[in-house]
Design a protein around this ligand. Sequence first.
Ligand SMILES: [Fe+2]
Length: 105
Amino acid sequence: MVEITGLKLKRMKCIAMEGLIEEGKELIDEIEKGPVLDAGLIGAAQKVEHYEISGYGTLLAMAKHLGLDSEAISLLKETMAEEKSTDEKLTNIAEEGGNQAATLS
Ligand SMILES: [Fe+2]
């Protein structure tokens, strides 16, 4: 994607994403295996997806504002759609039983 734009970017560590991943690890450390942990991990994974969706939304808006070519815009839209699809799949998993089982146990 960056190659398409001709922009030079500096690689940066994503501290927020590291924090979200750490939250998931804490759940694994603190909650025994079972439906409660499963529900927590689904939620943790959705936090990651929402963070990614937010990031791609911002990049898409910037790309449009900068008048980047349609290939760059298409790639960003495609990637954001993938993130939204993953989020929806996680919601479906939660609604099909993961979170319901957690509330019944
Ligand atoms: Fe993702």
